[in-house]
Design a protein around this ligand. Structure first.
Ligand SMILES: O=C(O)CCC(=O)C(=O)O
Ligand SMILES: [Fe+2]
Length: 184
């Protein structure tokens, strides 16, 4: 698991740098602003569920980070939204899944999209996945790249607090729309 974490970490930085360069941003931003104590690894276990059409393994959501590196086993169940339809992400033992998170979407001024995804349950088989989340320090400021920024500047701390507050008060994450420029 430690090996997975350190390789996922190195890959996440590399990918973030390449994506930053493609969007015309400074690629060393991640090295300067991401820290080990906010990045994390999540091991997900989805027990078999007798009512798969009624119970999600994981509710539809976007990830609250820069970038996620995900490994899923052979069971399947991960789906993402494309053109308003849920598409299954076919398991491939030789591939990792890379998800853009909310912070990268804001930082790239919507050039990259934090895709909504969910996990369906399986009636008979247990499923496992492991995800590495690349996150900045709580004080890091997420600043839109454009002269016409879609989002106001916000710190990772502020973003997390807003997400937690929304989940507590409303029962769901509002996420990036809270930080849209025209709303404040
Ligand atoms: O289990 C999966 O395939 C997805 C996990 C996930 O989306 C997450 O941990 O945020
Ligand atoms: Fe996720």
């Amino acid at each position: 698991m430690e090996k997975f974490a350190s390789e996922a970490e190195a890959l996440a930085y590399k990918l973030a740098e390449v994506l930053a360069e493609k969007s015309g941003r400074r690629s060393n931003f991640f090295k300067e602003n991401c820290v080990r104590n906010t990045c994390y690894l999540r091991m997900n276990r989805y027990p078999p569920c007798p009512k798969p059409s009624e119970v999600y393994g994981l509710m539809p959501h976007t990830d609250s980070d820069f970038l996620t590196i995900l490994y899923q086993d052979q069971v399947g169940g991960l789906q993402l939204i494309k053109d308003n339809k849920w598409i299954a992400v076919k398991p491939n033992p030789r591939a990792l899944i890379i998800n853009i998170g909310d912070l990268f979407q804001a930082w790239s001024n919507d050039m990259y999209k934090s895709v909504e995804h969910r996990v369906m349950t399986n009636p008979t088989v247990e499923r496992f996945s492991t995800a590495y989340f690349l996150c900045p320090s709580y004080d890091a400021v997420i600043e839109c790249s454009s002269e016409c920024p879609a989002y106001r500047n916000f710190s990772f701390r502020e973003f997390r607090q807003q997400v937690q507050e929304d989940v507590k008060k409303l029962g769901f994450k509002v996420g990036l729309p809270r930080f849209l420029n025209h709303l404040y």
